[in-house]
Design a protein. Sequence first.
Length: 629
Amino acid sequence: MDGVVSYWDGGGVALRSVDARHALVVAHVADNDRAKELVTRYEKATGGGGLVTVTPGGQAATSKDINSQVTSDLAVAESLAIPVTMVLLVIAFGGVVAALLPLVVGVVGIFGGLAILSILGSLTDVSIFAVNLTTALALGLGIDYSLLVVNRYREELAAGHHRADAVTTTMRTAGRTIIFSGATVIVALAVMLVFPPYFLKSMAYAGIAVTAFAMVTAVVSLPALLMLLGPRVNALKVGRSRSGPGQASESAVWRAVATRVMRRPVLAAVPAIAVLLTLGFPFLHVSFGTPDDRVLRDTASSRQVGDVIREDFSSDVAAATTVVVNGPTATSGLPAYAGELSALPHVARVNSAAGIYAAGRQTAPAGPADARFSVGALTYLEVIPSVDPFSDAGQNLARAVRATAVPAGTSVLVGGPSAVLVDGKKTIAAKLPMAIGLIALATFVLLFLFTGSVVLPLKALVLNVLSLTAVFGAAVWIFQDGHLSGVLGFLPGPLNTSMLVLLFCIAFGLSMDYEVFLLSRIKEEYDRGVPNADAVATGLARTGRIVTTAAALLAVTFVAFATSSVTFLQMLGIGTALAIVVDATVIRGVLVPAFMRLAGNANWWAPRPLRALHTRIGLSEAPASPSAP
């Protein structure tokens, strides 16, 4: 350890609780690995058999508890999600053989993503949460893509086509859709590389790898399996199929929904938009924070220590803003500087090599324990706040410390929880316009290449914003305002800034995934000369069941994260599941047909130069055979 101070060796009454039942031993450890080892040793030393009970807490203990809990929660989520998913797949496909194919694609994606993460882990820092994303996304996309491919293949077989022709048509239609769909998901996840935090970068690496593996498996390995299986893809049927072995064609329910919406598009769209905006309203009072012990349940030792400090101590040493002063005159100018910092609003005291200061004056002289604050020309001070470090007052304090004049001839660095939050918000805010611009531009280009229209990409972006507005508002209502805290067992608090960025990118990518699914069938009908409204109705009728089934299965995968004991993991799971459900129902079922009915043939408009470019590039789907359904 680089320094230890406690109530018993001169640390002062601030290290003793108000009721004198608890006291702090504060250890300063510079190396993260050594800190983890010490926490493990202290955990083994815990016990209540003697006069003193030792409980480890602080940043190192919190990090260890979060990592351990995430590993445990991942195993629980997988043990719940995979069996439920398998049962739902068998029901959706009406057969065991067909239901196993999505799991094959998902498992390949999982192993591929983990292999990439293993390689990256030897080169750079990779967040442990990337493993969670790898598992959930691989399974979800494997299901999405397999549903699309297998469903189309069974349609072709049901239409009487030979297996080779069925595979060819499936890859020409569903395969093309998967390529564009995977590209939109990759673009959405790649945007996280714009942000400096390694957490977001490692999530981007994991997501890109998983999506690429799932996409390649779905368009290369899955067709090979279908060729081998042929009609046996329908083997081991479960229950009775209402539409024959191909599970084909149309959903009467979704055709009725599309027809009814397009009959009165404005009357259908306005209430739907109003609901989404209402759900998004709570986001107007969002607060941001960084994870601390409060994201854990109160059974974790680090959370227990944090609760005791916040409730029973006059101030929280772990919440201190750390000020590092570098310069030859740091020692001589230190008393005045420490006094000035202690006079700032919401400062309980300042610990320094020159002693303890409060309200602008020295309250205790320097003692032997204060020698830990100086090494050569370097010295640091602990500015202990009297407010929560993540509150507005705590963040303003970090800004005020940075604005305070430093001793002549020195330079100052400011850290600590409040400063980290301020810097994190500033960093993300600075990169956010670029990230939004890139994701919008790339998505627009991909959807233009897919459809040949400039109207449909704009529609997709606007509807995505509406969907995400509702999701973010719900996240604030649930996790910040705490309306479901009793059910989910978490402590309400500010939302993790980085996790919101992750939620945005995942939800955006998956929404575009379903957008491409639907537009593919609508465009296929429209290109055959079917009128716009009929094409929309047929497209929704033929993809509605696929999209809702895929969404339900993917939502199960992510909602399993709600069983986690880590709050921000619960938020990611519930937020993503909500985004998937909203997109598959309100957006695809109501707003898309309403918009496309109002726009009419203008849906497919593009300026003449762009239309010529699209034709020249040759990305349009080849004409379907007359007998294709």
